[in-house]
Unconditional design. Structure first.
Length: 320
C-alpha cells in the first residue's frame, strides 16, 4: 500500500488534494521531500546539545517522563523546527481537511529509547467526553467528533524503521466508541483495529500527518532509539484557539513569520494546562525528586560555609 506523497513528483495544487484524500480515506499520509536536508541536519546538531544531559537547575537539557522517554520543547532546537511546523503548504492542507482554521496546540521533541517492551501503547487522542484539563469547560461531543478535531504530525529526524509510527488505517472513522485506550474494546473490534495497523517506515525529513481520532502509536518493542518532532494541530471551530501549554520559542526566531503563521502558532490562544502540570514536570511525582531537590538546594553549601567562616573571621579580627 502506497501512502507516500513525494513533493518532487507532484504539483502544489495536487499536493494539497492528495494529502486531504489520504487523510479522508486512510487517516494518515507520509509526505516526502518537502524539507531540505540542511534543515534536518541543523535540527540534529542542536538535538545533540539539548538531549545530551537532563536539565538540572537551569542547565540546557531534556526532561525525562519515564525510563525510556526523554522530551524537550521542539522550538528550542532552532528556527528550522518553527519553519517546518508552520509550513504554509502543511497549514493549507490541515485547514482544508478540517474545514476550519487550526492552532498548533503542542510541539515537542521526543527521544524514545530502544526497549524490549511496549511502554507507550496504541491509543486514539480523542473520544466522546474528552477533556484535556479542568480548564476546558465542555467535554467533546459525538457531533464534534464527526469532524476532524485534531491532526497530528511526526517529523522523522533519521531514517526510521524500528520504532516507526504506526496507524490503524481507517480507524478515524470509528470515532473511538469505547474510549481512547484499546483495552476495553470488544475482541472482534480490537482485532480489526490491530489487523489494519500500518507501519509508517520513513526517511529523514519525512513528515507523517494523521487524523488524531484514529488509533496510533510507536512500533514497540523497538531495537533502536527513535528521534522525532511531534506536533498537534487542533480545530478552531471545535475548540477555539487553544494551546496545551504556551510554546517555548526564541523570540528572534519569530521575525520572519507571517500573520497567519503567528495565528497558527497560538499568538492569541488560550492555554488549557497549567505550566506546573504539563508533561515536562512529571518528575516532581518521582520518588527521587525530594532527594535531588535537596541536593540541588545545597549544592553550593561548601562555598557558602567557606564564605560564612571567612566573613566571621574578618569580623573577629576587626573587633580584636
Amino acid at each position: 500500500m502506497q501512502l507516500i506523497v513525494d513533493v518532487n513528483n507532484i504539483s502544489k495544487n495536487d499536493l494539497n488534494k492528495s494529502i486531504i484524500s489520504h487523510l479522508e480515506k486512510k487517516g494518515v499520509v507520509i509526505i516526502r521531500n518537502l524539507f531540505k536536508n540542511e534543515k534536518i541536519k541543523f535540527i540534529n546538531q542542536n538535538w545533540n546539545i539539548y538531549f545530551k544531559h537532563p536539565s538540572i537547575s537551569g542547565s540546557v537539557g531534556y526532561s525525562q517522563t519515564s525510563q525510556k522517554k526523554l522530551v524537550n520543547s521542539a522550538f528550542l532546537l532552532g528556527k528550522h523546527v518553527l519553519d517546518i511546523a508552520l509550513n504554509l503548504d502543511i497549514i493549507k492542507s490541515i485547514e482544508s481537511y478540517m474545514n476550519s482554521e487550526c492552532t498548533l496546540a503542542e510541539a515537542n521533541a521526543i527521544l524514545d529509547k530502544a526497549s524490549s517492551y511496549e511502554y507507550f501503547p496504541v491509543h486514539s487522542d480523542f473520544a466522546v467526553g474528552w477533556k484535556k484539563s479542568k480548564e476546558m469547560k465542555k467535554p467533546l461531543s459525538l457531533s464534534q467528533m464527526k469532524k476532524p478535531v485534531g491532526v497530528g504530525a511526526i517529523l522523522y529526524l533519521h531514517d526510521t524503521e524500528y520504532g516507526c509510527f504506526k496507524y490503524s488505517l481507517g480507524s478515524h472513522k470509528m470515532l473511538s466508541p469505547y474510549g481512547q485506550k484499546l483495552k476495553p474494546y470488544p475482541k472482534e473490534l480490537k482485532n480489526k483495529i490491530l489487523e489494519n495497523m500500518y507501519k509508517c517506515k520513513g526517511l529523514a525529513g519525512d513528515l507523517v500527518l494523521f487524523d488524531d481520532r484514529g488509533f496510533h502509536g510507536p512500533d514497540q518493542p523497538s531495537l533502536k532509539d527513535r528521534k522525532v518532532i511531534i506536533l498537534d494541530y487542533t480545530r478552531d471551530k471545535t475548540f477555539g484557539s487553544i494551546i496545551v501549554e504556551p510554546h517555548k520559542v526564541k523570540i528572534n526566531d519569530l521575525s520572519s513569520l507571517s500573520k497567519k503563521q503567528l495565528r497558527v502558532l497560538g499568538m492569541n490562544a488560550s492555554p488549557i494546562v497549567k505550566s506546573e502540570d504539563y508533561v515536562f514536570t512529571r518528575y516532581k511525582k518521582n520518588l527521587f525528586f525530594p532527594v535531588l531537590s535537596w541536593i540541588i538546594k545545597n549544592s553550593y553549601l561548601k562555598q557558602h560555609i567557606k564564605n560564612v567562616i571567612k566573613h566571621n573571621l574578618i569580623k573577629f579580627r576587626i573587633k580584636s
